[in-house]
Design a protein around this ligand. Structure first.
Ligand SMILES: NC(=O)c1ccc[n+]([C@@H]2O[C@H](COP(=O)([O-])OP(=O)(O)OC[C@H]3O[C@@H](n4cnc5c(N)ncnc54)[C@H](OP(=O)(O)O)[C@@H]3O)[C@@H](O)[C@H]2O)c1
Length: 255
């Protein structure tokens, strides 16, 4: 039995991953954007241990979430799932950042830095990451008000982060994956991939004993190796990304 923490598990793929893992007998800790969504999550996943609340668009709330996760003890796996796609153009967070960057990129960075290292980390990217900017021009100023990420950039950030962690923390299995276009609130009812199928790779990477899942620094699509943006594997890009996130969050990546 493994202990797994899943961000954004009140709905969509995160909720399905939680249900699958709890049904397999694993200890699952859920997360929602606020107290009500945390309660929603808990009511939707039979057998889940508890649910934590935090708005991942806020650096302060994300920091507190990491503390609450650590108060629960060590985890075998953390699945970074929460994400946004449809956000009002130019919407800025309490920290002055674009919401899409704060939730999709900076929150996973902060949680990775501050949560006690689990055995496995799973980062939810998207096939759209291949259109992201490997030069990281969106962040290059290092100033919150000048950050201008789009969805593809943030999903590339997930792959860069996963590969950076794999390189720097050899004791942790850290991988990125894409679920495919799945029929969630984000993907829409007409999406070709079911929520179940879109969740299987995350569950597999989190707990499977298969040799193919016990790897690090890889990218997957439906349980198979997938193609990824080459910049993600470049240590110079990874270092630049970690340094920019450190500057924007005030949290230095722990080597
Ligand atoms: N569906 C697809 O086709 C697809 C394709 C590629 C990648 N992905 C990725 O898969 C992941 C899950 O997406 P999904 O399709 O399951 O989308 P979803 O149904 O919209 O679920 C996203 C989850 O993230 C949570 N969330 C959003 N903003 C948050 C915030 N500020 N603080 C805390 N939680 C927040 C949502 O909470 P609420 O429920 O309260 O809004 C929800 O639980 C995302 O990272 C997405 O980028 C999805």
């Amino acid at each position: 039995m493994a202990r797994i923490f899943i961000t954004g598990s009140a709905d969509g793929l995160g909720l399905m991953e939680a249900r699958m893992l709890a049904a397999q007998g694993h200890e699952v800790v859920l997360h929602g954007r606020n107290e009500q969504r945390a309660k929603d999550a808990l009511s939707r996943v039979p057998g889940a241990v508890t649910a934590l609340a935090a708005d991942l668009s806020s650096i302060a709330e994300t920091r507190s979430l990491a503390e609450e996760v650590n108060d629960l003890g060590s985890f075998d796996a953390v699945i970074h799932n929460a994400g946004v796609y449809h956000v009002p153009h130019n919407s800025r967070t309490v920290d002055g950042l674009p919401e899409i960057f704060a939730v999709n990129s900076l929150a996973p960075y902060i949680l990775t830095c501050l949560i006690r290292r689990p055995k496995r980390l799973v980062y939810t990217s998207s096939g759209l990451h291949r259109g992201g900017d490997g030069a990281l021009r969106d962040l290059a100023s290092g100033e919150a008000e000048k950050v201008a990420s789009n969805y593809a950039d943030t999903k590339l950030h997930m792959v860069i982060l996963a590969f950076a962690v794999a390189r720097k923390w050899p004791e942790v299995l850290s991988n990125a994956m894409e679920p495919g276009w799945a029929a969630t609130k984000m993907g829409g009812a007409g999406a070709p991939v079911s929520v179940e199928d879109g969740s299987r790779t995350q569950v597999w990477l989190a707990v499977s004993r298969d040799r193919e899942a016990l790897v690090s620094g890889r990218y997957f699509h439906h349980l198979r190796p997938g193609s990824f943006h080459p910049a993600a594997a470049d240590p110079a890009v990874q270092e630049k990304y970690l340094s920019l996130c450190g500057r924007l969050s005030g949290i230095v990546f722990p080597d």
